[in-house]
Design a protein around this ligand. Structure first.
Ligand code: BGC
Length: 796
C-alpha cells in the first residue's frame, strides 16, 4: 500500500462512524497481561536484593546455559562445568538428566559459588519424559486440549523426578508444509487449533503454579515463525507479511503467553531479513510491550553464535544485538559468557540491559522454588507404571484418524475387525519395531517399554496372526542416506544397517498375505531417522520399498487395511485409490500396539481429525485449507480442462487438483453423524457492540448433531467462518470453534459456539485488530468441508 493511502486511512480512522470505512477501537486491542506469578512484589523484592549483591561476572553467569551429558545440536562446548559452576558462571544446564547428575552440579553451584544461586536444569520433554506419549502432531489430531494437558502433566511429573524443572516444550510453530520434519512437534496448520493446544500444554506443565513440586516451567518455542521456513527446509529463512505473521504464526505464542508461559525460546530463522534471535520487533515490541511477557527468553541451541553466519556482525556484535533485542540466555553458544562482560566494561552495553535479563531469569528460579528446594530426591528407578501407561493408551486412542473405510464387496467395511476375526497377516517395517513406534524426539523414552502392533495383535489373535516385515525403510539405492546423516546421538551405531534384499522380503510378505483373510500393513517412515529436526524431505511418499510392498500385497486380492505410522502428512494418493481402509496412527508411543488394536477391533471408535491437510502431491505444498481467495478460483475437477477453456485460466495446477487428498479436520468414525441446519441467536449485530465486547460473545451459533449409526461415537464438531467483505482479504474459511461430543446411537445433542470479537476480528492495513461491517458466512460440520450453513451480519 502506498504511503498516501496509509495516511488517508489514518485520517479516516478519526471518522469511522461517519465514513464506515475503517473500524478499529483502541479498547479492542489486546492488552498486556502480566503473569501474576512472576509479577509478585515479594518475588521481585527477593530478586532485586540478590541482584544488588552480584558482580558483573556473576550476572553474566546467569545468562549462560551449557549442555553436559549429551548433545542435541552441533558444536557442543565440552568445558569444565564443575569449575564454572563453582564460580557462579553457569546459570543453566541442559541434557543433564536424573537426580544424581543434576544434584552433582547443583551441590557445586549452591554450596561452592559465592551467592549460592541454583542452576536451572532444562530438557527437551516433547511428548512425555520417561513415559512416551503420542507425538504432539498426533495429540493435536485428538482435538482434545485435555489430552495435551495430560501428556504435559505426566511429562512434568517425570521430569521433576529427574531433577528437571524446566521443559523445552510446547512447540507452537504453525506448520503448513510437511516437507519440514518438525511438523511432528507441532499442532499442525491452524492458528485456532494451535492456540487451544498451546494453552493446554502450558496448563498441563505449569498447573498455574510454578511452585508445585510436580510443575515444570515451559519454554514455548521457537519464537518466532520457525514453521514458515521457505520450501520446508529446516533453519531456512522466513519471509512473510506482518499480517500473516501476526494473524497466523504468532497467535499460538500469544495464547501460550496469556496462559502464563514462564519462558520462550528464540528461533534459528530470520523473519523478513532480521534473525529471530536478534529481533527487537518480535522479542521486545511484540512479546514484552504488546503482550506483557515477563518471563525470560533462551536462545535455541547456538542460535546466538549462529548470528555470525547470518552475517550481522562478529561475535561481540551479535551477542550484543541478541541481548539488547531480548534474548536473555545463550544456549550452548558460549558467546554471552565470553564477550558480554567486556562490552559492559567498555561501555558498549549498559549494565542495565544485563540486569534486566538476570532479573527475568532469577524471577523464574524463585517462582520455581529452586532457592528453597534446589535438590532432587533420589527416587526409585523409573518403571512404566500402569497409571501412566493407561494415560498414554487413552491419549493414543483419541489421536488416530480414520481416513477411509469403504465397503469391500462380499465383506462390507473392513473396520472394525471383529474380535473373532479370521486369519490376519500383519506386514510392514513399523509392525514390530519398538524404537520406531516411540516416535521422533524421545531422547529420554525407552523403546523397551513399547508394545508393538505385532505383540498387541498377538494378544488378541494368538496363532491367527501371521507376520512378515516385508521390507525396511530404505531400499538398496537410498540406504546410503543413513550413512550421510551425521547424528551423534545414541542411535548413531544404527547408521550401518545392512542393505535389505527387498525382492526376497516382499515375496515372503506376499506369501504371508495369501495365507490370511485380511492384511494389515503398517507403513510410514523411520521416525528415528526421517522426522523431527533437520529432517526435511523433498518427497512425501513411503520410503524404500514400502510402496512396492503395498502394491504387491494389494495385488494378491486380499482385503488390505493400511495403518500409517508417521509424524508428518505423507502422500497417500495411490493408497487412497486402491486400499479400502486407511488409519492414520502417527507415532503413538509406548502403548502403540494396544491403542492401534483398540481402534482396529472397535473397542474404541476412532475420533481423531486431521490437524494438517494430507496432500495429493508434494508439489501442492505448502497446502492448507485457510487459503486466501484468488480472483480466479478453480471449480470442478481436471476432467473439465480439455473441453472448457473457462477452466484453463484459473488458479490451478495442470496436473493435479488444488484440494487436499484428505482435508484439515477430516476423520471418519464407525458411526455416522448428521447435522441439522445451524441457528444463530442474533443474525445481526452492530459493529460497535462487537468492538466493545472484548472477549464476550455477541451471538451464538447452535447446531443439533445426531448419531445416526448403530454404535456410540465421538464427533469433533467444527465451526468455520468467512468474512466476505473485509478491508483486508480474509481466508476462504477459518476455524473458529470446535467441541468433542460423545453420542450414543440415535442420541442428539445441541452444540453451541459463542462468537465475539475474538472470533470475528482480523488485522487491518494499519496492523490493528478490528471488526468491520460485513457478512460472515458460517459453516458447521465434521471437517473443513462442512456444509451446514448460517450467516451473521455485522452492521454499522
Ligand atoms: C532445537 C530445540 C531444542 C534444543 C535443545 C535445538 O536444536 O531446535 O527445539 O529445544 O535444540 O535440545
Amino acid at each position: 500500500m502506498k504511503m498516501t493511502s496509509i495516511r488517508s486511512l489514518r485520517l479516516l480512522c478519526l471518522l469511522p462512524f461517519v465514513t464506515g470505512l475503517t473500524w478499529f477501537s483502541a479498547a479492542a486491542q489486546p492488552r498486556p497481561v502480566p503473569n501474576p506469578q512472576l509479577a509478585s512484589k515479594d518475588l521481585n523484592a527477593r530478586v532485586d536484593a540478590l541482584l544488588n549483591k552480584m558482580t558483573l561476572d556473576e550476572k553474566v553467569g546467569q545468562l549462560v546455559q551449557f549442555s553436559a551429558g549429551y548433545a542435541t545440536g552441533p558444536g557442543a562446548s565440552n568445558l569444565k562445568y564443575d569449575e564454572l559452576a563453582a564460580k557462579g558462571q553457569v546459570g543453566s544446564m541442559l541434557n543433564v538428566v536424573g537426580a544424581e547428575a543434576t544434584n552433582h552440579y547443583q551441590h557445586i553451584a549452591v554450596e561452592k559459588s559465592r551467592l549460592h544461586i541454583p542452576i536451572l536444569f532444562g530438557q527437551d520433554v516433547i511428548h512425555g519424559h520417561r513415559t512416551t506419549f503420542p507425538v504432539p502432531l498426533a495429540v493435536a489430531a485428538s482435538w482434545d486440549p485435555e489430552a495435551a494437558e495430560t501428556v504435559a502433566h505426566f511429562g512434568a511429573v517425570e521430569a521433576r523426578a529427574d531433577g528437571i524443572p524446566w521443559v523445552f516444550s510446547p512447540m507452537v510453530d504453525i506448520a503448513r508444509d510437511p516437507r519440514w520434519g518438525r511438523i511432528i512437534e507441532s499442532s499442525g496448520e491452524d492458528p485456532y487449533l494451535g492456540s487451544a493446544m498451546a494453552r493446554a500444554w502450558v496448563k498441563g506443565y505449569q498447573q498455574g503454579d510454578l511452585g508445585k513440586p510436580d510443575s515444570a516451567a515451559v519454554s514455548v518455542k521457537h519464537f518466532a515463525a520457525y514453521g514458515g521456513a521457505i520450501a520446508g527446509r529446516d533453519y531456512n529463512a522466513v519471509d512473510m507479511g506482518e499480517i500473516t505473521l501476526r494473524q497466523v504464526y504468532l497467535e499460538p505464542y500469544r495464547a501460550a503467553v496469556e496462559a502464563g508461559a514462564a519462558t520462550l525460546m528464540s528461533s534459528f530463522n530470520t523473519i523478513n531479513g532480521i534473525p529471530a534471535s536478534a529481533n527487537a520487533f518480535t522479542l521486545t515490541q511484540i512479546l514484552r510491550k504488546e503482550w506483557g511477557f515477563d518471563g525470560f527468553v533462551v536462545s535455541d541451541w547456538g542460535a546466538v553464535a549462529e548470528l555470525i553466519n547470518h552475517s550481522i556482525g562478529d561475535g561481540p556484535t551479535v551477542a550484543r544485538k541478541a541481548l539488547v533485542a531480548g534474548v536473555d540466555m545463550d544456549m550452548e553458544g558460549n558467546l554471552y559468557g565470553t564477550v558480554i562482560a567486556s562490552q559492559v566494561r567498555s561501555g558498549k552495553i549498559s549494565e542495565g540491559v544485563v540486569d534486566e535479563a538476570v532479573r527475568r531469569i532469577l524471577r523464574v528460579k524463585f517462582a520455581l522454588g529452586l532457592f528453597d528446594h534446589p535438590y532432587t530426591a533420589q527416587g526409585p528407578a523409573y518403571d512404566a507404571t500402569p497409571e501412566r501407561r493407561a494415560a498414554a493408551r487413552k491419549v493414543a486412542d483419541e489421536t488416530f484418524v480414520l481416513l477411509k473405510n469403504d465397503p469391500v464387496e462380499g465383506v462390507g467395511a473392513l473396520l472394525p475387525l471383529a474380535a473373532k476375526a479370521k486369519k490376519v497377516a500383519l506386514i510392514g517395517p513399523l509392525a514390530d519395531n519398538q524404537r520406531e513406534l516411540l516416535g521422533a524426539w524421545a531422547v529420554t523414552g525407552d523403546p523397551k517399554y513399547v508394545v508393538t502392533l505385532r505383540s498387541a495383535l498377538a494378544e488378541r489373535l494368538g496363532d491367527r496372526l501371521l507376520y512378515a516385515q516385508g521390507c525396511d525403510f530404505l531400499s538398496g539405492e537410498d540406504a546410503n542416506v543413513l550413512k550421510r546423516v551425521s547424528f551423534s546421538g545414541p542411535d548413531a551405531a544404527d547408521a550401518h544397517l545392512p542393505i535389505p534384499d527387498d525382492a526376497k522380503t516382499i515375496a515372503e510378505a506376499v506369501k504371508t498375505a495369501k495365507q490370511a483373510d485380511v492384511a494389515i500393513l503398517a507403513l510410514g517412515e523411520s521416525t528415528n531417522w526421517m522426522e523431527g529436526e533437520a529432517s526435511s524431505r523433498t518427497t512425501l511418499g513411503f520410503t524404500g520399498a514400502q510402496q512396492q510392498l503395498l502394491e504387491a500385497v494389494v495385488a494378491t486380492g486380499k482385503p488390505v487395511i493400511l495403518v500409517v505410522l508417521a509424524g508428518r502428512p505423507l502422500e497417500l494418493k495411490w493408497a487412497a485409490n486402491h486400499v479400502p481402509a486407511i488409519l492414520e496412527a502417527w507415532s503413538p508411543g509406548v502403548e502403540a500396539g494396544h491403542a492401534v488394536a483398540d481402534v482396529l477391533f472397535g473397542d474404541v471408535n476412532p475420533s481423531g481429525k486431521l490437524p494438517a491437510s494430507l496432500p495429493r502431491a508434494v508439489g501442492q505444498e505448502p497446502l492448507y485449507y485457510a487459503q486466501l481467495p484468488t480472483g480466479r478460483p478453480a471449480h470442478g475437477d481436471l476432467s473439465h480442462l480439455p473441453q472448457n477453456a473457462g477452466e484453463k485460466f484459473m488458479s490451478r495446477y495442470m496436473d493435479e487438483e488444488n484440494s487436499a487428498l484428505y482435508p484439515f479436520g477430516w476423520g471418519l468414525s464407525y458411526t455416522r453423524f448428521s447435522y441439522a441446519q445451524p441457528t444463530i441467536s442474533r443474525a445481526e449485530v452492530p459493529v460497535r457492540e462487537v468492538l466493545g465486547s472484548h472477549s464476550k460473545p455477541v451471538t451464538t451459533v447452535g447446531v443439533d448433531v445426531r448419531n445416526t449409526g448403530s454404535v456410540a461415537g465421538t464427533e469433533v464438531v467444527q465451526l468455520y467462518l468467512r468474512n466476505t467483505a473485509a478491508s483486508v482479504e480474509q481466508p476462504v474459511r477459518e476455524l473458529k470453534g470446535f467441541a468433542r461430543v460423545t453420542l450414543a446411537p440415535g442420541e442428539q445433542k445441541r452444540v453451541e459456539f459463542p462468537l465475539g470479537f475474538d472470533e470475528l476480528n482480523f488485522y487491518n492495513a494499519e496492523i490493528k485488530r478490528t471488526v468491520e461491517p460485513t457478512t460472515y458466512k458460517i459453516w458447521v460440520g465434521g471437517s473443513s468441508l462442512a456444509t451446514a450453513e448460517a450467516s451473521l451480519q455485522v452492521v454499522e
